[in-house]
Design a protein around this ligand. Structure first.
Ligand SMILES: [Zn+2]
Ligand SMILES: [Zn+2]
Length: 283
């Protein structure tokens, strides 16, 4: 397992690798642009080349892009649709430029429409983004919290993948906190094994491309998406040993998106703790 963390892109793309190395990451996740603004970051071919060159000798072996939260691929509204599409195309272009494993996307929110309609619109927009780019895959993340969100269960994600064009450029990312919040048992080897079985039968384990590692502030099934630092929430150290120990997850990059000690994200200590829990679980 390639354990790492979400890191900031402040200071440019190669800087993200330095940050990752400093945190002892073997995988990193970045936003393709500032997460609270629509304005895309204009990267040049040279920026991409510099990143790829730096990555060759870096202990960071996998890079994942996370789509900014502003987009809603399922939107009905014209302006929102255009912005979401442009932003997604931008993320995929950056992904291709830097050789990212894929772009993690939350498939969208219903607002005041039916699931079927929202799903259809999300699929339409994502298909268009794929058609406008070459190769970078889209990775649907399982969501938690509002029932308004698409992608809360694996049946829906499987349907989304099928409708968007099948396995070739589409994948799945599972988030430990989101799973726990929607009621999955991620804290015992038996629960995690059952989860892997379900993913395999509904989506296919081959489509599972990355893990998000977050502890959860709330009880299992709470439906609340509030991340806690690893070992400090309701999943706990023992729970993470179970989650990280699942043998069918071992080839995946796994990134922390936790608040960390100061609310600014995970620090080196937390990444190292996570790797230690993984080692204990797999030795
Ligand atoms: Zn996540
Ligand atoms: Zn979350």
């Amino acid at each position: 397992m390639l354990i790492g963390a979400h890191v900031s892109t402040a200071g440019g793309l190669p800087k993200t690798l330095e940050r990752g190395e400093d945190l002892r990451c073997e995988a990193i996740q970045i936003f393709n642009q500032s997460p609270r603004m629509w304005r895309p970051t204009r990267y040049t071919e040279e920026d991409f080349a510099a990143f790829r060159k730096a990555k060759r000798d870096s202990p960071v072996k996998a890079v994942v892009i996370h789509m900014i939260y502003l987009i809603n691929p399922a939107t009905k509204e014209g302006e929102m649709r255009k912005k979401s599409l442009d932003s997604l195309v931008h993320a995929l272009t950056v992904g291709e430029g830097i050789g990212a494993l894929g772009v993690v996307v939350h498939p969208g929110a219903l607002k005041d429409d039916t699931r079927a309609h929202a799903r259809k619109r999300a699929v339409g927009l994502i298909k268009e983004a794929l058609a406008r780019t070459e190769s970078c895959p889209i990775i649907y993340e399982n969501t938690a919290g509002s029932p308004q969100l698409l992608g809360r269960d694996f049946d829906e994600t499987a349907a989304l993948i099928d409708a968007t064009g099948g396995p070739k450029r589409l994948g799945l990312c599972i988030d430990s906190c989101h799973l726990h919040a929607t009621g999955y048992d991620v804290r015992t080897p038996k629960g995690v094994s059952k989860l892997a079985d379900e993913i395999d039968s509904k989506v296919g384990l081959k489509q599972l491309k990355c893990l998000h590692l977050n502890d959860a502030r709330d009880e299992r099934g709470s439906n609340r998406d509030r991340h806690a630092s690893i070992g400090k929430g309701k999943i706990g150290r023992k729970g993470f040993r179970a989650f990280l120990g699942e043998k069918r997850f071992q080839k995946l990059p796994a990134v922390l998106e936790t608040p960390g000690p100061d609310g600014h994200g995970p620090d080196r200590k937390e990444v190292l703790l996570t790797r230690r829990l993984w080692r204990e679980a797999t030795k």
